[in-house]
Design a protein. Sequence first.
Lengths: 115, 116
Amino acid sequence: AQTVTQSQPEMSVQEAETVTLSCTYDTSESNYYLFWYKQPPSRQMILVIRQEAYKQQNATENRFSVNFQKAAKSFSLKISDSQLGDTAMYFCAFMNLNRDDKIIFGKGTRLHILP
Amino acid sequence: EPEVTQTPSHQVTQMGQEVILRCVPISNHLYFYWYRQILGQKVEFLVSFYNNEISEKSEIFDDQFSVERPDGSNFTLKIRSTKLEDSAMYFCASSIPGQGAGNTIYFGEGSWLTVV
């Protein structure tokens, strides 16, 4: 069974700083996707970024980028120039592509951006 | 941008009552899901639905739960006899496989269910 582990329950950084959220996962599959979802206080689930496992290049979306280390099964999220609106719960998630599978979420990291 | 919509956004119900949560997935999507998030906990998979039938369900999804796609656009989750522990945010989601932006699950804004 696949598992997703986020070892940082909570983090705080000053506005404009860079922050990295950690995520590790465990799977025997070779074909999968990884995601970071953001959940602000409104509790909506917003897709931040996704990474296809077959791609070596790390995904980037504006201020958000990932460090995908497939051999180490690590998938960290870096937020550059953090903004107050980045305050949210961040969930790392895994999806097996070999079947119409569900997403498996980590427990989340609560990120506070301080003014 | 197309989005998954859910109704109601918040519902309060008495224990033992039936609840139906409604969802309109993104129109060209083929896979539909319900997830649950109890306050302060992680998001948990309930059920996936494809080709008009359940493709997978979790151990949470017992006989009290059912899903239906009654009319080709709506996707509903029914809880037959609610319990206090059913209080949670319920997320509907949908996806379409195989395309460039595919294999990504898009979530609705959630339906917050409070059982009293």
